[in-house]
Write a protein that binds this ligand. Sequence first.
Ligand code: GLP
Length: 241
Amino acid sequence: MRIIEAQDYKDMSRKAANVISAQMILKPESVIGLATGSTPIGVYDQLTEWYKKGDLDFSKIHTVNLDEYKGIDAENKQSYHYFMNQHLFSRVNIELQNTFVPDGMNENQNEECQRYEKLIAGLGGVDLQLLGLGHNGHIGFNEPAEVFVKQTHCVSLSEKTIQANQRFFESKEQVPKQAYTMGIGTIMSARKILIIISGEDKAEAVKKSFGEEISPHVPASILQLHHDVTVIADKAALSKL
Ligand code: GLP
């Protein structure tokens, strides 16, 4: 595990965008796993800027997103699908048919989870997976639990996650209570993992994830076992490590 200290959010975003750019240049047909939340917005802005300058080409890139709320469709402004369109897909030359997000409107959980696993396998797996970190150490929507869940599954969101995500909705009641997420095994199968973290409010989660023992109660701690993980975090996020 490489831990790279960034000065601040902007520096973290630029460094992470550099890693993604390098991947895209070395392998223009890469499969890139993408994340949502406020942390990756700066990375998507930076990638967009470099694309507009003519430095990046997304035409052969495929993307698979980590997760999606259950029960809201791609046109819903709070959906992760909408987020991706807004922050990246509509701004660069990616082919929309090459972008994949779990289908939050598929009521049939087993079918949707199996479909998504097969889809990722069909693409040849993920070359580089971008991750954010939840305050309780969650990755994707893999919440603290008694066991690590291997494959894409439907989860009930924890109270802490619902509270944290409330800021994007008008009220807490509107935050979906369930989501589809890649499993820990799905994430760990990526050939490379890049996790980005910013802010003092994440310092405790960083310490538990990377400075303590591996436990399903801190889902991100499993990343300690991956052979190619890069952590790019700002000083504030690393302050307790
Ligand atoms: C959500 C997402 C995660 C994300 C986390 C942290 O729950 N499902 O993928 O990493 O929030 O979000 P933020 O970057 O806004 O702190």
